[in-house]
Design a binder for this molecule. Structure first.
Ligand code: BGC
Length: 744
């Protein structure tokens, strides 16, 4: 009987599928474009307009009449944001919306490992999918132009090549889950101060060479299904409706077939939104219900005002069809994608991924006399003192829209305690008080960090304990509170806040075995650098922070991270501050700040190298617990003509006594250029794992395209004949070998 029911159910289903009644747009075996056209042909003008704007804080409607689903978006980019109320930012109060927090994107970039990026994308994509999300608002690839930018931690560093290589696998990993990546914030959004009112003035060379490549790679190589416009202005137009950036470059030159989503509140005008490239409007009101006649969402720029313009013949229906097509395409790729997997939330595999990426991104900046790793074998009694608020503080809450509600977060102190071998004691002293609050948008860390003692008392306690310890580990840096690494404001200075410099100097005097672990998404000044033998750059590492840090401190993982940005000695050494007009100049009588990027292409190490300004730690720098020796590079040719390629192979030998990973970097110098060029530019990198005594070969292929600069006059990439150099390097300041060659 049961079997018979099954058979007839299957037969009914087969008959239904085969029936000519099933509309093409619902038939997932058909090509997406065919489904899009079919759906579009059935929709009324009002229905087309309706899918172009939000219906709640984070969702947009489909077409109920046709059974077309809407879209659910979520921040992004480090984990899946907790649920908020339908129309408000306040928490919805769910208890099943905790997530795994992955390391911040600066950390991911610091792995210099595209495989880690693929793992990251896939893992966060699975979390998004499980939580029923269709669009992940991330990753961010705005270029690190100033270390003051409060949102640098959400981006991938200062180099367009590195960011490009790292963003592509992230996008693919997310989208393999049937979840769209929404690459943000396109583009020229390089600071938080005056983020709605800055008008960036940049030359085309810098635009194409520095600020656009990572977005282009995300679109063309990663196949990103959506992109988020930025808040600020470029060419006097907001970037959420910007003719040049969205229509000419993104949709025109790059052939983007996805959806341009506005940043929340980044839409300002109906006519401009229609003609200047915006497809899907979000966040225009903070309270969607009480701000309008029938429903405030009807008042969005791309809602009733758009319908009115269409009715009056003031808007072209073809443009409407183009937008609706893009949104339908996104719907069929995501919410109505029947082939997507199911995803998973807070799985052990995701914690494992977070821990691995975290450890691989930590950068060993300095390690005099091999102070690190700490002894990890049981039995050897050692007293470790951990000092600093960041050893305790939960960093997943705060920072703005990337704030998360995590299922668990391991603090550095807990991670160190858990990893300490038998016989080792781990004591703690606060050292300083920073930010004792732990709340963002109604999510609380649940920590009580209150402290009644004053700065002198805290330093005195830490110093007294440090004198008795064998090792002192200071865990400090920045945090996610306003004015630190946080959205909507920039840092006030390069210095560490809360008097940490004094604490570190006092500890250095009290104990020579001092390790400083700097937790931040930005470079910080280190006036004590010479007094401290070992320094780790630890980023915001998410749920597994403490375990990733302990893995490095105790040598379970050999450090292999390299800096994705320059650490300058002082702010004036940064081009944006030296000549770049940061944070802009107010236009008389207008609420607009013009900011000329006078430094042009000389951003980050390009500026430091070209102007011969010694950094505190250079771009690409990062040590290991082992040592590597580079062999003499071999090139298959020394002359290259157009259409030809050239390969260079260099051998890397592990000359130490433990396995390690080295990232070999390829920089190119244009020896005698007809235009201004940076001293050198990153054009390749390979990360290899090498056993002690082993030698591995790394091969780079160079093409004439790698030598090109963007010629604004002809609007094309140009490589000129002449002499070049290829450098094999361990960092931008540590060149192991140089191969001169000629382009014919
Ligand atoms: C941020 C975006 C974010 C959006 C939604 C905006 O304030 O700039 O990055 O995705 O809010 O939370």
């Amino acid at each position: 009987m049961f079997k018979q029911i099954l058979i007839s159910a299957a037969a009914a289903l087969a008959a239904f599928n085969a029936s000519a009644d099933i509309p093409a747009y619902l038939d997932s075996s058909r090509d997406i474009e065919e489904r899009v056209e079919d759906a579009l042909s059935r929709m009324t003008t009002a229905e087309k307009v309706a899918i172009l704007h939000a219906q709640s804080k984070f969702s947009s409607p489909g077409v109920a009449r046709l059974g077309i689903r809407g879209l659910w978006t979520t921040d992004g980019p480090h984990g899946i944001r907790p649920e908020v109320l339908w129309d408000e930012w306040d928490q919805a109060g769910w208890t099943n919306d905790s997530c795994v927090a992955f390391p911040a994107l600066t950390c991911l970039a610091a792995t210099w490992n595209p495989e880690m990026s693929a793992l990251y994308g896939r893992s966060i994509g699975e979390e998004a999918l499980y939580r029923g999300k269709d669009v992940l608002l991330g990753p961010g690839v705005n270029i690190y132009r100033t270390p003051l930018n409060g949102r640098n931690f959400e981006y991938m560093g200062e180099d367009p090549y590195l960011a490009s290589r790292m963003v592509v696998p992230y996008v693919k990993g997310v989208q393999d889950c049937g979840v769209a990546a929404c690459v943000k914030h396109y583009a020229l959004n390089n600071q938080e101060v005056n983020r709605h009112t800055t008008n960036v003035i940049v030359d085309d060379r810098a635009l194409y060479e520095i600020y656009l490549p990572a977005f282009k790679a995300a679109v063309q190589e990663g196949g990103a299904w959506s992109i988020m416009g930025a808040y600020n202005y470029y060419q006097d137009q907001h970037l959420c409706h910007n003719q040049r950036m969205l229509n000419d470059i993104l949709k025109g030159e790059w052939g983007f077939d996805g959806v341009v989503i506005s940043d929340w509140g980044g839409t300002h005008d109906t006519a401009q939104a229609i003609i200047n490239g915006l497809d899907l409007e979000f966040g225009s009101w903070t309270n969607g219900l009480s701000n309008g006649s029938s429903n405030a969402y009807d008042n969005y720029y791309l809602a009733r005002p758009y319908l009115d313009m269409l009715a009056k013949g003031e808007a072209d229906p073809k443009t409407l069809d183009d937008k609706a097509r893009r949104v339908l395409r996104l719907i069929f790729r995501t919410s109505m994608n029947t082939a997507k997997p199911f995803g998973s939330l807070c799985s052990e595999a995701h914690y494992e991924a977070a821990r691995r990426i975290g450890a691989e991104g930590i950068v060993l900046l300095k390690n005099d006399k091999g102070l690190l790793p700490l002894p990890s074998t049981p039995g050897k009694a050692a007293r470790v003192l951990v000092v600093g608020e960041n050893a305790l503080k939960m960093m997943t809450v705060g920072g703005g829209s990337s704030s998360l509600k995590v299922q668990r977060e391991v603090s550095p102190l807990d991670g160190i305690r858990a990893a300490a071998p038998e016989g080792m004691t781990v004591d703690f002293a606060r050292g300083y008080v920073g930010d004792v609050t732990g709340e963002y948008n109604g999510v609380t860390s649940g920590q009580d960090l209150s402290e009644s003692r004053g700065a002198d008392e805290l330093i005195a306690e830490a110093v007294a304990k440090a004198r008795e310890a064998d090792y002192v580990i200071f865990v400090g840096g920045l945090n996610k509170s306003a004015g630190q690494d946080c959205e909507d404001a920039d840092r006030a200075s390069l210095s560490l806040p809360y008097g940490q410099d004094e604490v570190i100097s006092a500890l250095a005097k009290a104990n020579p075995s001092l390790v400083v672990v700097n937790v931040s998404g930005n470079a910080v000044a280190m006036p004590w650098v010479k007094q401290v033998p070992a320094i780790l750059q630890a980023w915001f590492l998410g749920s597994e922070a403490g375990n990733s840090i302990a893995d490095i401190l105790f040598g379970k993982v050999n450090p292999s991270g390299k800096l994705p940005m320059t650490f300058p000695v002082k702010l004036e050494d940064v081009a944006a501050h030296a000549i770049g007009e940061y944070p802009g100049v107010k236009r008389p009588g207008e609420d607009i700040w013009d900011e000329k990027y006078n430094e042009g292409i000389l951003v980050g190490y390009r500026w430091h190298d070209t102007r011969k300004i010694k950094p505190l730690f250079p771009f690409g720098h990062g040590l290991s617990y082992t040592t590597f020796a580079y062999g003499k590079p071999a090139a298959d040719r020394r002359e290259m003509a157009a259409g030809e390629t050239m390969t260079i192979t260099v051998a890397v030998t592990n000359t130490g006594d433990r396995e390690g990973q080295e990232t070999v970097q390829l920089y190119i110098t244009d020896v005698k250029a007809p235009v201004e060029r940076p001293a050198k530019e990153l054009k390749g990198f390979r990360k290899v794992s090498v056993a002690p005594g082993e030698t591995k070969e790394v091969t780079f292929t160079i093409t004439p395209d790698d030598l090109a600069y963007f010629d604004a006059d002809t609007h094309s990439w140009t490589s000129h004949p002449g002499k070049y150099q290829a450098h094999m390097a361990s960092s931008s300041a540590d060149i192991a070998a140089t191969v001169p060659f000629t382009l014919k």
